[in-house]
Ligand binder design. Sequence first.
Ligand code: SF4
Length: 337
Amino acid sequence: MPILKLNPMPKQFIDPYGRVLSYLRLSVTDRCNFRCYYCMPEEGVNFVDRKQLLSYEELEFLLDVFAEYGVNKVRITGGEPFVRRGLVDFLSRISQLKGLSEIAITSNGSLSFAQIDALADMGIRSINISLDSLDKKRFFEITRRDKFDEVYASIMYMIGKGFEVKLNAVIADGKNTQDILPFIELTKHHPVSVRFLEEMPFNGTGTFEVPTWNHVVIKGHILNHYPTMQRLTSEKSSTSVNYQIPGYQGTFGIIASYSRTFCGTCNRLRLSATGELRTCLYGAPALNLRDLLRSGASRDEVVRELILAVAKKEKDGFEAEAIQAQTPKKSMSFLGG
Ligand code: SF4
């Protein structure tokens, strides 16, 4: 009698809707050297004490567990990740981790050329830069920092070194709608991908107005000026709907981050710098991995808690938001974007 040999089930995080969660957005700090109005107030931000942050050793252990269960892409975010000491060494160590095929970074661009060279040397070449204006004065009004020249120089340096650079611009009425067309023109001469995002309710102030410049309005505005714009095919779980102007080197995209039109293909998990695991950006933390680790939990116990958390992942960002409607929303610098 032949023996039936069953292939072991692949170790994956699959949510109740059949979505495979293979992408972790990992915040390494809630601190930032900028004060963007859509992320945090200018004053009075209570950053967490450093002892409350996951240590690099704890982060490496957790990343190893995530990678064992099919998480093959990690995006390092913050706050501003490069304000945390030892980040480059940490990146160099995790770039050796088995199973992690892609390490990407989101930064405000205030990183040095030396750090950029170090990233290139370890093969990390995908970087998203938050840049909401190409006008120095508006940049200052939005970030409350006079750092435009440095950020722009870093961006051009990365493009020159062949990095895959994406620029994320949060578009808001009365702030930077006049930057949309100059950003499109930037893609004429540079192989860069500019993405226009809707504003999200994570500004750390507890007040928020539904964005008037949503993905439909942004697209209409661009189409008015570029009727020949062409839609591009994007990755299945991409949040960005991408386009290109014929003959332009770069591309641009629109991310409906408030309208949440892309939840059906969500493949994301989020881990805050203090260990809060979220199965949705708009949701409450499902568990705290820092506390679990520091309570002496074994690897198996960590895996079990992760699987239980994934089993409760919300259908979409609206369901997630509704579940915790009474809880004040945290700042984006804490959530990690
Ligand atoms: S809003 Fe939540 S469910 Fe939707 S794509 Fe974002 S993280 Fe995923």
